[in-house]
Design a protein around this ligand. Structure first.
Ligand code: F6P
Length: 550
């Protein structure tokens, strides 16, 4: 379907039908929906790979779901999905294919871009990464002075940082505990300072991760890391080869930086930054967990890719999650979406999803170049659940905003937890289940009174409930399960972008800030007169210089 000739989303009959249905449902209560359908708790569930997905605590009926699926059909979500998997250039503003799914394709699959099968190249890089990771892990790869590498520092930002940093935390129990793995992203010198201050340069490998190899934060940090290394080793440029490798699509810039392109691991322009951690960008993770575990993770991604591509709409989990987001964002005016993992290992999971979702769907211009007049991507936020319970859950329970939330938990604690700590897992998960129950069903004034609460406190202790949640439960957090979870969210974001008719794969909105930062810097350092500064920014720059004694 030609996007330009599409009817505006909010003028389609499917949209109008959903709006009418929303009015009819009014303030439908989850208590009533469950009372009307005793099978809802087990019936409103789906399975994908190892993920059990319960959507019973949502403000939906069978009719809501049917109407949402009709909207997806009318917007040809599956047509765009197939075009993506086929390698068509669905990232129209950058004229690029969108093929992160090829990164986890089995060796024998054929996926073509511009008539060329990309799968052999993907596996060639994976094999090269595996060879390198094994050499570092075994001690065969040594630093300039012959010492074994004990520290690995990934230098990158955005998609070249968040993915490997998140996955390293998530899979810590699978990592080689003798290796120190750190991630430097912030151009604030404190980040690199803290990362290297207690390390022996002779034992340290820097992985410079940048798709473009032009990102100023990364190149600045990489340059500082190189100076630190050469100063510490009292060595010349020849030491760089054993301590710096690059992950990039830009061989020319990698060579300009002084890294031997033999030590470069490539990927391709059809891998978006925020979809790249299962490409060469995952090298630090592969060194930490080993190539076999990395492959298990890729296979987990592939399980969900296959499901998204083949499952019918009624049982297609990414489609369902995408549609639920549309229901709340577009028909309940929800502004945000919380992702609340009940696993300490997923402490960076939501931060990772912020880029995936907000950089993909935070857009007000549609594929047709017209401004949309419907809500697009939500604010995605959250931290591990139990900590959140003692911070912001108050607002979710009793605030004035509707905040749909995903609860992610695991039946088993990680394998290498000390036996004494294993017992805590039931308490963790008791909180997990209790919270979604409390959010959904709340506590009525009568229930509060029955507890003997004085009348003047009844309103304060009443919970209205009706806060929608999805529960995602798996047996344990393995590399495969992590891959499954990430692919699930990738495709959910895809579904929403397809319905909103936006290009989820460009990111023009981050450009202006980058350009202005370059323009402002000489004003800070040299007091240069730079054009185009507004009065407020000029005054702030002057104050900054005064505070720095310049
Ligand atoms: O924030 C913009 C962005 O282009 C992201 O999409 C990307 O992940 C990040 O910058 C880093 O880019 P690069 O890998 O090219 O350094």
């Amino acid at each position: 379907m030609n996007a330009d000739s599409r009817t505006r989303l909010n003028q389609t009959p499917e949209w109008t039908a959903l709006a009418k249905h929303r009015e009819e449902l009014g303030e439908a209560q989850l208590r009533d929906l469950f009372a009307a359908d005793p099978g809802r708790g087990s019936g409103y569930t789906l399975q994908v790979g190892n993920l059990h997905v319960d959507y019973s605590k949502h403000l939906v009926t069978d009719e809501t779901l049917r109407l949402l699926r009709e909207l997806a059909a009318a917007r040809d979500v599956f047509g765009l999905r197939d075009a993506m998997f086929r390698g068509e250039k669905i990232n129209t503003t950058e004229d690029r294919a969108v093929l992160h799914t090829a990164l986890r394709a089995p060796r024998n699959e054929v996926i073509e871009v511009d008539g060329e099968n990309v799968v052999p190249a993907v596996h060639a890089v994976l094999d090269k990464m595996a060879g390198f990771a094994d050499r570092v892990r075994s001690g065969e790869w040594t630093g300039h002075t012959g010492k074994r590498i004990k520290n690995v520092i990934n230098v990158g930002i955005g998609g070249s940082d968040l993915g490997p940093a998140m996955a390293y935390e998530a899979l810590r129990s699978y990592t080689d505990r003798d290796l120190t793995v750190r991630f430097v992203s912030n151009v604030d010198g404190a980040d690199l300072h803290e990362a290297v201050r207690d390390l022996d340069a002779a034992e340290t490998l820097f992985i410079i991760a940048s798709k473009t190899f032009t990102t100023i934060e990364t190149i600045t940090n990489a340059t500082s890391a190189r100076s630190w290394l050469l100063t510490e080793l009292k060595a010349g440029q020849e030491a760089v080869a054993k301590h710096f490798v690059a992950l990039s699509t830009n061989a020319g810039k990698v060579a300009d930086f002084g890294i031997d392109t033999a030590n470069m691991f490539e990927f391709w322009d059809w891998v978006g930054g925020r979809y790249s951690y299962d490409s060469a960008i995952g090298l630090s993770l592969m060194i930490a967990i080993g190539p076999d575990r990395f492959r298990e993770m890729l296979d987990g991604f592939h399980i969900v890719d296959h499901h998204f591509r083949t499952a019918p709409a009624e049982s297609n989990v990414p489609l369902l999650l995408g549609l639920l987001g549309i229901w709340y964002g577009n028909f309940h005016d929800a502004q945000s979406h919380a992702v609340l993992p009940y696993s300490h290992y997923l402490s960076k999971f939501t931060a990772y999803l912020q880029q995936l979702d907000m950089e993909s769907n935070g857009k007000y211009v549609g594929r047709d170049g017209q401004e949309v007049d419907w809500q697009t991507g939500p604010v995605v936020w959250g931290t591990p659940g139990t900590n959140g319970q003692h911070a912001y859950y108050q607002l979710i329970h009793q605030g004035t905003k509707l905040i749909p939330a995903d609860f992610i938990g695991f039946a088993e604690p990680v394998a290498d937890l000390q036996p004494g700590l294993v017992a805590q897992h039931d308490l963790l998960m008791a909180n997990f289940f209790a919270q979604t129950q409390a959010l959904a069903f709340g506590k009525t004034p009568d229930e509060v009174r029955a507890e003997g609460v004085p009348e003047e406190l009844v309103a304060h202790k009443t919970f209205k409930g009706n806060h929608p949640t999805t529960t995602i439960l798996a047996k344990e957090l393995t590399p495969s399960v992590l891959g499954q979870l990430i692919a699930l969210y990738e495709h959910k974001v895809f579904v929403q972008g397809a319905i909103w008719n936006i290009d989820s794969f460009d990111q023009w909105g981050v450009e202006l800030g980058k350009v202005l930062a370059k323009r402002v810097e000489p004003a800070l350092t040299e007091g240069a007169e730079v054009g185009g500064l507004d009065e407020s920014t000029k005054a702030l720059v002057a104050k900054y210089r005064e505070l720095r004694g310049r």
